[in-house]
Design a protein around this ligand. Structure first.
Ligand SMILES: [Zn+2]
Length: 226
């Protein structure tokens, strides 16, 4: 079952690996396929080598419902499941360690510039959520307060998380995050990014429906720098 969705997950995983967002076995992807049912990538496999057989069906408790023998869900499945629990509107979650965005996560610097059109419309301000030990409840507990108004998060000393109404939306947000991080870094070298005027930010945020930008958006926000 779900052949087309599994093929799409494989495609996203391969792109993540090719883009250097996932070293060794890093990164994981999930998709909501129905009431209390989710497809998720297997733990312990390079995203460059993943195949459709390495994607399993689980429930909201992380229990395996249907999968090949030996399948074990992604080590960060609790983080994914918390996203779905907190957000009825979310259909897919992508987690990766894109180097530039993860640099911001390691420096505890939020990506809250409002200087790029696409970033203002589709992503908004990206906070750094508190550190949690991977695979424990610390990570879902750390991100939960931010999910009310954010679809994209930096995980302190770890990586990044992107949510979307479907897998394409979640993947594209991760791609935009890393692009934004690279541009922000260049702007810092040149003296710092210059935000758009507030009136233009509001106008772009108001254009979200016409661009099909579903999900939450934090609006204009600056986070305290550490
Ligand atoms: Zn990770």
């Amino acid at each position: 079952m779900y052949e087309a969705l599994k093929a799409q997950i494989v495609s996203v995983c391969r792109k993540m690996w090719q883009k250097n967002w996932a070293a060794a076995n890093d990164g994981n992807v999930s998709v909501r396929v129905g009431d209390d049912r989710f497809l998720t990538t297997q733990t312990g496999v390079s995203k460059g080598d993943i195949t459709a057989e390495m994607i399993g069906l689980i429930d909201g408790q992380g229990r395996v419902i249907e999968a090949e023998a030996g399948f074990r869900p992604s080590s960060e499945v609790k983080m994914h499941l918390r996203c779905y629990r907190e957000r009825d509107d979310i259909g897919a979650v992508v987690h990766a360690h894109p180097p530039c965005a993860t640099g911001y996560a390691c420096a505890h610097q939020p990506l809250d510039d409002y200087c790029l059109i696409g970033q203002v419309i589709f992503v908004g301000a990206v906070p750094v959520t508190p550190y949690g030990t991977p695979s424990t409840e610390e990570v879902p507990d750390a991100i939960a307060p931010y999910l009310a108004e954010h679809d994209v998060l930096l995980l302190a000393n770890h990586g990044a998380l992107a949510l979307g109404t479907d897998l394409t939306a979640a993947y594209c947000r991760m791609e935009m995050l890393e692009h934004q991080a690279q541009i922000s870094l260049v702007a810092k070298l040149l003296g710092g990014a210059v935000d758009l005027p507030r009136a233009d930010i509001d106008r772009l945020i108001g254009m979200r429906p016409q661009y099909g930008a579903a999900g939450r958006h934090p609006g204009y926000r600056k986070y305290p720098q550490k």
